[in-house]
Design a protein around this ligand. Structure first.
Ligand code: GCW
Length: 666
């Protein structure tokens, strides 16, 4: 009897004190809104308990605020007033106020004026209709296609709420490797059901389309964009979509890339294809986002190919086409220079595509906070119109005047309870939205907001953990591929190292193609004496990148092939620098473990242990990366490891045998 009471008592005590937290709430407070509410009612629910808050929706443009999404927050007679030209602007204001209060701020006395930098702030889901997610590391797809449209998972609204809270206002539901099925009428009804849930949160739905849909779905004998029947098929499809979803956003297209069909199958250009689709959508106000991620089998440098393919098409795209360009010229590597198309296509609308899912940055196993990566690209100066022509400035509409401006991130969201696999991967969803709204925010400020709302406002937690987050992306670069190395991942899954990988289906999917190590040196010569991808940049960048003594160290082997004993600015050889950078990455990963252990007890045990075990794995995989890369490169350099580097703990031959069971990651 006594024992029973004690057990009972302990259970109640445990339940009261240590609220288990699975991360499903993200950075948000309990949801007081309900399904079916209108935008303003949701806004009201979000500010409940925050004192006296009034909403003003007025069609007049507010001073200092632009676009339908902007708002002001003012204090008037003891009340907080949120004003906007649209209900969704008020909703954004409500989330702003909620964030202020929850991060320890109070509604300020001074006026807050906010307008988003980008008009369209979009997530791209690489979700397949069978429930799998390409490069997804957080479980299956959120979208329950089998149950739709009849059954609506409660997560759809939670998803919309989370997005709206960071200003995301559009979502492409399906993979760019698109099946034509998504355009079949029964699927469009499912898409409509999702659009109806998202609408009150200001989120529009977009679809990835397969360019061969007229043949594969429509039964036509061609998908040639210049064929009148094909254009008519798309126009009719667009009418059908808008009949169901009047505010449908538009199409995203991956064409003539990695086996996807496209206009080149018919001898037509990318602009022929994009414009044909754009004309089907134009009467309804829709847009086409046409991806620039393409290959050219005849080119000897993967990094040149998007630019070479598209630069000649500048000025040929219709007004409702936006070229969607990955941040770097290759493929979402831990570090790349910005894609030289930014700034170069003056008569074409361009948007940046980032990857939020960590295909090349440790999946959902490793902690890598990506705001510094996004900002590095957005803040990079293209010099297209002289100094200050940053990637942000040439894409957000301020320099070109092009509207709407847009930005996209490939989502890292799945059915896992915590949405993103790793608890800290939530921060990458969060920071993408915050930077899409305002790219002038600092990575530190965003990390801090996120930490306070997601975990605790305790400074003893926030300060060290913020430091860890801010150092994390650079740590990954260091232990995976420092000094501008890139794409030396294991085949296929892109998690571990495989610098010796050479038997790829295409040479530019192998590792040796990119690092080119042999006894004479390492790196890819992209200078004017090599592939001349440096020539795709504006002066003075092209001269800076072209000269190894001017080129930033962190892009050195991206642009240059150098001997192992090349003397770097710090006086050490390239080989020693390389070794010590790998070591610095390993040291950082171990430091993260210590930082995390130091905050034990400041947050719930469930998330503490989860992150702790992932950091352990991260540190051990960092050692794997260091040993694999350096032991392998040493077979070429023939040079000894410098004193400051720990000796390898693995054997190269053993490492070469590792074949990861991908199920651990997917
Ligand atoms: O990064 C690569 C990925 C592919 C992806 C492709 C793309 C959707 O490895 O999985 O396909 O890029 O962006 O189209």
């Amino acid at each position: 009897m006594n024992r029973l009471l004690i057990v009972l008592g302990l259970t109640i005590f445990a339940a009261l004190t240590a609220r288990a937290d699975d991360g499903s709430d993200l950075w948000l407070p309990p949801d007081r809104a309900r399904a079916g509410m209108e935008t303003l009612d949701i806004a009201r629910a979000e500010v409940e308990g925050i004192g006296d808050v009034e909403f003003h929706v007025s069609a007049d443009v507010l001073p200092g605020v632009t676009g339908p999404d902007g708002y002001t927050i003012t204090r008037q007679n003891g009340k907080t007033v949120i004003s906007a030209v649209s209900p969704v602007g008020v909703l954004y204001g409500a989330y702003h106020l909620q964030r202020l209060v929850r991060t320890g701020g109070v509604p300020p006395e001074s006026v807050i004026r906010e307008s988003p930098r980008y008009d369209l702030r979009l997530l791209n889901h690489w979700d397949n209709l069978d429930g799998t997610v390409e490069r997804g590391y957080a479980g299956h797809s959120l979208w329950q296609w089998d149950e739709l449209p009849g059954t609506l998972s409660p997560r759809y609204r939670q998803y919309a709420r989370a997005n709206a809270s960071v200003g995301i206002n559009g979502t492409v539901l399906n993979n760019v490797n698109a099946t034509p099925l998504i355009l079949r009428t029964d699927y469009l009804h499912k898409v409509k059901a999702l659009a109806d849930v998202f609408r009150p949160y200001g989120i529009k739905v977009y679809l990835s389309v397969n360019f061969s849909s007229p043949v594969l779905l429509g039964g036509l004998d061609t998908s040639d964009p210049l064929d009148a029947g094909v254009a008519a098929w798309w126009a009719e499809k667009a009418d059908e979509i808008y009949g169901l979803i009047p505010d449908f956003g538009g199409f995203l297209v991956k064409a003539n890339s990695e086996g996807q069909p496209g206009p080149q199958d018919y001898g037509r250009t990318h602009s022929d294809g994009a414009n044909m689709l754009a004309r089907a959508l134009a009467p309804h106000g829709g847009i086409v986002m046409w991806r620039a991620f393409v290959y050219d089998p005849d080119s000897d440098d993967r990094a040149r190919q998007a630019y070479d393919e598209f630069i000649g098409l500048d000025g040929r795209f219709d007004g409702n086409v936006i070229l969607q360009v990955k941040n770097g010229p290759i493929d979402f590597q831990p570090r790349e220079p910005f894609n030289p198309l930014f700034g170069a296509m003056e008569r074409t609308r361009l948007m940046v595509e980032f990857q939020i899912t960590q295909e090349y940055l440790g999946h959902s196993v490793q902690l890598a906070y990506l705001a510094p990566l996004y900002k590095e690209c957005l803040d990079a100066d293209t010099y297209a119109h002289g100094r200050g022509s940053t990637v942000a400035a040439v894409t957000d509409g301020t320099m070109s005047g092009y509207r709407p401006s847009a930005i996209a991130g490939v989502a890292n969201i799945g059915l896992d309870a915590n949405w993103t696999g790793h608890h800290f991967a939530q921060a990458n969803w969060y920071c993408f939205g915050r930077l899409a709204w305002d790219h002038t925010l600092s990575s530190g400020q965003i990390a801090e907001e996120w930490l306070r709302m997601t975990f605790t406002g305790d400074d003893g937690f926030v300060e060290p953990v913020k430091r860890m987050m801010l150092a994390s992306r650079e740590a990954v670069v260091d232990y995976m591929m420092p000094l501008g190395l890139h794409h030396i991942f294991a085949e296929g899954h892109h998690y571990g190292p495989e610098p010796w990988y050479k038997q790829a289906v295409r040479p530019d999917w192998s590792s040796v193609y990119y690092h080119r190590a042999d006894s004479t040196g390492i790196g890819f010569d992209r200078t004017s004496a090599g592939s001349n991808s440096t020539g795709q940049y504006f002066p003075p960048l092209r001269e800076i990148f072209d000269d190894p003594s001017l080129c930033p160290d962190n892009l050195l082997l991206w642009f240059h092939r150098l001997p192992w004993d090349y003397r770097m600015a710090n006086g050490d050889t390239l080989w020693d620098n390389l070794c010590l950078r790998y070591q610095a990455g390993v040291d950082a990963a171990r430091e993260f473990q210590k930082i995390w252990d130091s905050i034990e007890g400041k947050i719930d045990r469930e998330r503490f242990l989860h992150v702790q075990s992932r950091l352990r794995r991260q540190a051990s995989d960092a050692v794997w990366w260091r040993d694999a890369c350096l032991l392998y490169f040493q077979t070429h350099s023939g040079m000894p490891f410098p004193p400051g580097m720990e000796r390898p703990v693995h054997d190269l031959d053993e490492l070469k045998q590792i074949r990861l069971d991908l199920k651990h990651h997917n």
